[in-house]
Design a binder for this molecule. Structure first.
Ligand SMILES: NC(=O)c1ccc[n+]([C@@H]2O[C@H](COP(=O)([O-])OP(=O)(O)OC[C@H]3O[C@@H](n4cnc5c(N)ncnc54)[C@H](OP(=O)(O)O)[C@@H]3O)[C@@H](O)[C@H]2O)c1
Length: 347
């Protein structure tokens, strides 16, 4: 495994995902944090914007700078609001050897879907194609310079459904109910805390842009063509996503087939943990077992021909900063687990 250090930039480092990338990389053995960009917070010390980072000696003296001042780096993490990167990509492409984008800009391939969900990307396509990379499932690491990571609710759904479609165990029709915490909307979110607090409500029942992403990813990864119904709800927690996917088993498929498919898909994958034989509620994936970690917990429950799959993960880590660092580790030849937490923060 590589021992050297690489120079890393974070574009959009004053936001929630950018702050999480900084927090994790401050203790990464192979990384020098070379450049941190912000828009409104440019010129501000990191610890003033992210107080949870101010006591790390590595954060002392670090300030946010305008993106235009970007130095030459090995890797740039794109933590910008969706639609912001396309116009800034020529700059990043010139000064970064590799770009890992957390935003949705370059995830979809269908031009019609891009126009619908990412109009700014449609107007300014990337100079080179972005690889869509799910670290556990995409196989060989991408060779190109540009990598787009999956969306947080999308990747949670992909973990729940991949083994079922990869082994052709379920019928195409699938219903997914996703619930997400408030940081999913970013630091610039306009929702009043009082409206979220003590509440549980619908976010989007139709037309969420993670729907075509999940369909595309499952089709590319498994060859199946899922008929997906995907709805999202807003949880009154700062972090965490729970996804429940309802499927129907094909005739002659047993609970053992399902169990084997999940074991095969995730054996040797340090950050996707299949819960063995869950029975009691606390045996199933839950936010308090994953929040603060880069782990996605997955479980399945089969009754007759009904199969329900559940995933829980931390949207800011396994759904964003952590999975991007995992991708950086893999493409850079570092230990896959370097700098990434496996235990949750609880109670
Ligand atoms: N939040 C999640 O759970 C999550 C999960 C997966 C993927 N993502 C994706 O990751 C991206 C970042 O999300 P986030 O939650 O970290 O967002 P955020 O908290 O709103 O942070 C956005 C960052 O971008 C900067 N910025 C805003 N407008 C800019 C502009 N025009 N030019 C340059 N920089 C600009 C902001 O700087 P100032 O604040 O200083 O202006 C801030 O640093 C989004 O595309 C999101 O879809 C988010």
């Amino acid at each position: 495994m590589a021992e050297h250090k690489i120079r890393v930039a974070v574009a959009g480092a004053s936001g929630y995902t950018g702050g999480e990338v900084i927090r994790l990389l401050l203790d990464h053995p192979n990384v020098e944090l070379a450049f941190l960009s912000a828009e409104r917070s440019a010129g501000t010390p990191v610890g003033a914007v992210h107080p949870w980072l101010r006591n790390h000696p590595g954060a002392a003296g670090l300030k946010f700078r305008p993106l235009a001042e970007l130095d030459e780096v090995d890797v740039a993490f794109g933590c910008l609001p969706t639609g912001t990167l396309p116009a800034r990509l020529p700059l990043l492409a010139e000064r970064a050897k590799r770009v890992l984008n957390l935003a949705g800009d370059f995830r979809l391939r269908d031009p019609e879907e891009i126009r619908t969900h990412y109009p700014k990307t449609a107007a300014q396509p990337a100079p080179e194609e972005f690889a869509y990379y799910v670290p556990e499932l995409s196989g060989a690491v991408p060779e190109g310079r540009f990598i787009n990571l999956p969306g947080c609710m999308a990747v949670a759904t992909i973990y729940a459904l991949y083994p079922l479609f990869a082994d052709s165990l379920v019928l195409p029709g699938v219903v997914v109910d996703a619930k997400t915490g408030s940081t999913g909307g970013g630091r610039g979110g306009t929702e009043q805390p009082a409206e979220r607090s003590g509440n549980f409500r619908v976010h989007k029942l139709h037309g969420h842009r993670h729907t075509p992403e999940i369909r595309q990813a499952l089709t590319e990864l498994t060859g199946a063509a899922p008929e997906l119904r995907f709805s999202t709800h807003s949880l009154d927690v700062p972090r965490g996503i729970m996804v429940t996917a309802y499927t129907q088993l094909r005739p002659e498929t047993s609970a053992l087939d399902v169990k084997r498919a999940f074991a095969k898909a995730y054996v040797g994958k340090p950050f996707v943990r299949v819960r063995p034989a869950p029975k009691a509620p606390q045996d199933f994936p839950m936010l308090k077992a994953v929040v603060g970690s880069n782990v996605a917990e997955v479980a399945i429950a089969v009754k007759g021909d009904q199969c329900v799959a559940v995933t829980a993960l931390d949207n800011l880590i396994k759904g964003a900063a952590g999975q991007a660092i995992q991708a950086m580790n893999l493409v850079s030849g570092f230990e896959e687990t370097a700098g990434l937490p496996r235990t949750a923060v609880s109670p």
